[in-house]
Structures are given as structure tokens and as C-alpha cells.
Design a protein around this ligand. Structure first.
Ligand code: FCB
Length: 448
């Protein structure tokens, strides 16, 4: 039976985010975030779910960390809830919030698990949204101040920092498509926000370097693969625009110090423009230490006039789909990683999210999520292929440790290696948990 071997130095891990797991929405001085507002507004989240309690990890983190230890992960990616630290977004610091993260990070370190900290995983303080949110450049300064405080507080304890998680989702999904908080549908607004997010990232990197913090910093865009249906130029161009929205738009400014011409032209055709201030691109393009890549899905696409934003029609070729409806497309994972290397060089990469939604439930104390195991195997195979092709992979962190609050989908959609009963909050390890544990212990993948 063939075996796929991973390098000993590659870090294995799992990821979560604050609003999706913590709960304790009104405790210890936490301020309100845009996700509290959004989820409590009827019609936004399935079944009227919200993150008030979520997995209750705020109170149960010790139990969760014990599981991580048992699982054998070397790195855990979590996010900090900005409104726990600055309830109003800026100004007064909430000590209790800081103390919570100190207790949590200390507990991780005590178990020998390296924390990877995301500073912004979507829960913007509502107080900042009230002043314009990410549409306002002032929010980028507020973010840099919050980041600076975190760098100072956790210097030496946290060695891996991610500024912004999935800037595409924060801008376009939340402010153009409108299915995530704050739920706007305005392409110009979303495009402006995409720039401000990169600016916020750049300003945070500046503070990190000025403080001479120990450790590494990067950001974590989400990527998709679009495979041209044919080798007709119009199909290739349409797919490139589709991917350009996720890749070049968010990579070129950081790695090349400019926005991609072909995307600027396209946005212009849609009546959208970018307003840059002097020095923005210099801030945005400062060197970073690694990039985090989140990958879930891909598809075959072709040119079709007036189809979606980019004249790109995605074609259903009969993919297997996860229970959230996303295509299983492991080939795209390999291709997207190779594309990043070809275009942006040998930057170290952490896979900061990759995983699948399958809603298998508990039967006699067990969860048989064989489909998740297959998904992970296929994607780890693609990862290994990319490493053979020279992609500089430093770690693989699966999404997610626990079933959790899946944003607009509420609690129905389950991505965890560990099942959570959202009534009793009981945790049950799934078959995929035991499989991942064995894979980590082996350092190789068995393809039987
Ligand atoms: C990503 C998000 C993460 C989770 C997964 C399924 O887009 O970063 O929080 O919801 O999707």
C-alpha cells in the first residue's frame, strides 16, 4: 500500500476562531461585535443561531487543550476577539479580556503546543462599525493600535501572528455579496474595504517590526481554483479573473507593491475604482515572514457573458460535494499552491485552513465521518505533491478542531474533528480525529 511521507519539520495543527467557539458573549467586559449585531438580526443566520454560547470554549478551554494534546497537534491557530480587548474598538483596554488570553496561551504553552494567533477573524467591534467600519481609514489605525498592544503583551509567548483572516470574505463576501456581517451589497464599498484591509495589515506589520517583536507575521487569504473548461482564450481569461479576485487582488499589492492591471481594468468596467493615498502601497508591501493559505474548493469554469461579476460560469461536472455544497476539488489545492510559488516566489506557507463540512451525528457514542477522512487524505496528497514541486510548506492546520458556529449557516454545518452537541456542549471525538491523530503520530499518510 503506497505511503506519502511528510517532512519531520512540517507542523501539524488545527484552527478555530473566537466568535465561532468562545461564547461568553457578555462576560468579563467584552464589547459587542458586528457578528453579535448581525446574528441577532432576524433573517441573517440560519435557524436564528448566534455565537452567544457557541462551543463555550471561553470556559472549557482546558478540556479543549487536553484534546489537542491527545490529538498530538504541534500548533493551534486561534483568533482574538478584538472587542474583548477594546470593547469600544479603541481607547480603554479591558484587562479581563487580556487576562483570558494570557491564561489560554499559557495553558497551550504548558502542553507544548505553539499558538498561532489571528488578530482579525471577522468580529469587528460594533463601535467601530458605527463610525464607518472598514470603509473608514481610521479603522486601519485602530487595528494597528490593537495589534501593537497584542504584540507587546504576548511578545515571546506567541511567535506566529496573522493579521487578517480571508480579506476577500471581509470585503467582498460581507460587503458586496452581503451574506456575512455587516451585510452590505455594494461593489464600490467592498473594493474600498479590500484596500483598507491590506492597509491595516501593512500598518500592523510596521508596528510588529518597530517593536522588534520576536516571531513571524503574515496574513491568511482564502484561495479557490478555477480550471478552464477549454483552452479557448476567453475561458482562460474568465477563470483568471475569477481567481484574480482571490489571488492577484490580495497578493500583488503585498508582494509586488501594485494592484493587478487586469483586475483594475475589469473593476473599472464595472464602474468601480480604487482611491489610494501616497505611501499606501509601500506600507502594504513590506516584507512578511510567511503566508497563510486557506483552501476548500474549486471548479471548472468558462466564459459566459454577464455571468456573475466576471463573465465566468462555473460548471457542475458532477463533483462530490461536502454537506455545505462546496465541490471537493483536491487538484485545485495542488494547482493553487504551485501558482502562488510561480508568481510570488518561495515564501514560506502555512496551510492555515483546509477541511470539510460533513454533518454526521453521534451514533452510540461514535461519529463515523469517513467522508471527512477521504477529503483530508486527498488534500494532504495534493499538499505533498506541491511540496515535491518545490512549494515551501511549513505547516498544515486543518479546519476545524471542533464543530462550531459556521457564520451565516449557524450550527447546522459541521467542520470539526470533534463533534459538539450544541445543547449539552458535550464533545465527542469523530473517526477523523482518531485518523488525524494516527497520521500526525506517523508523519505519513497511508493510502489504503
Ligand atoms: C472560512 C473561515 C472559517 C470557517 C471556514 C469553513 O472561510 O475562515 O472561519 O468558517 O471557512
Amino acid at each position: 500500500m503506497p505511503i506519502i511521507q511528510f517532512p519531520h519539520e512540517m507542523k501539524w495543527g488545527a484552527a478555530t476562531a473566537a466568535y465561532q467557539i468562545e461564547g461568553a458573549a457578555h462576560e468579563d467586559g467584552r464589547g459587542q461585535s458586528i457578528w453579535d449585531t448581525f446574528s441577532h438580526t432576524p433573517g441573517h443566520v440560519k435557524n436564528g443561531d448566534n455565537g452567544d454560547v457557541a462551543c463555550d470554549s471561553y470556559h472549557r478551554y482546558e478540556e479543549d487543550i487536553e484534546m489537542m494534546k491527545d490529538l498530538g497537534i504541534e500548533m493551534y491557530r486561534f483568533s482574538v476577539s478584538w472587542p474583548r480587548i477594546f470593547p469600544d474598538g479603541t481607547g480603554e483596554i479591558n484587562e479581563e479580556g487580556l487576562q483570558f488570553y494570557h491564561r489560554f496561551v499559557d495553558a497551550l504553552l504548558a502542553q507544548g503546543i505553539e499558538p498561532m494567533c489571528t488578530l482579525y477573524h471577522w468580529d469587528l467591534p460594533q463601535a467601530l462599525q458605527d463610525k464607518g467600519g472598514w470603509a473608514s481609514r481610521e479603522t486601519t489605525d485602530a487595528f494597528a493600535d490593537y495589534a501593537e498592544l497584542m504584540f507587546q503583551e504576548f511578545n515571546g509567548k506567541i511567535k506566529h501572528w496573522i493579521t487578517i483572516n480571508e480579506p476577500w470574505c471581509v470585503s467582498f463576501l460581507s460587503n458586496f455579496i452581503g451574506v456575512h456581517a455587516p451585510g452590505n451589497q455594494d461593489l464600490q464599498l467592498a473594493t474600498t474595504i479590500s484596500h483598507h484591509l491590506l492597509l491595516a495589515h501593512g500598518k500592523a506589520v510596521t508596528r510588529f517590526r518597530e517593536l522588534e517583536s520576536t516571531g513571524e507575521i503574515g496574513y491568511a487569504p482564502n484561495l479557490e481554483w478555477n480550471e478552464p473548461f477549454s483552452d479557448k482564450q476567453e475561458d482562460i481569461d474568465a477563470c483568471n479573473r475569477g481567481m484574480g479576485w482571490f489571488i492577484e487582488w490580495f497578493f500583488d499589492p503585498v508582494f509586488k507593491g501594485s494592484y493587478p492591471e487586469f483586475m483594475l481594468n475589469w473593476f473599472e468596467k464595472k464602474g468601480v475604482s480604487l482611491t489610494l493615498e501616497e505611501g499606501d502601497l509601500k506600507l502594504i508591501s513590506q516584507p512578511i515572514d510567511f503566508i497563510g493559505i486557506n483552501y476548500y474548493t474549486g471548479s471548472v469554469g468558462r466564459y459566459k457573458e454577464n455571468e456573475e461579476l466576471f463573465d465566468l460560469e462555473k460548471i457542475d461536472i458532477g463533483y462530490n460535494k461536502t454537506d455545505i455544497g462546496w465541490n471537493v476539488y483536491p487538484e485545485g489545492f495542488y494547482k493553487v499552491l504551485c501558482k502562488v510559488k510561480d508568481q510570488y516566489g518561495d515564501i514560506p506557507i502555512y496551510i492555515t485552513e483546509n477541511g470539510a463540512c460533513y454533518n454526521d451525528g453521534v451514533e452510540y457514542g461514535e461519529v463515523h465521518d469517513q467522508r471527512r477522512i477521504e477529503y483530508l487524505k486527498q488534500h494532504l496528497t495534493s499538499l505533498s505533491r506541491s511540496m515535491e514541486a518545490g512549494v515551501n510548506i511549513k505547516g498544515y492546520l486543518t479546519w476545524s478542531l471542533l464543530d462550531n458556529f459556521e457564520w451565516a449557516e449557524g450550527y447546522e454545518k459541521r467542520f470539526g474533528l470533534v463533534h459538539v452537541n450544541f445543547r449539552t456542549l458535550e464533545r465527542t471525538k469523530k473517526d477523523s480525529y482518531y485518523w488525524y491523530k494516527q497520521t500526525i503520530a506517523n508523519g505519513w499518510l497511508e493510502m489504503k
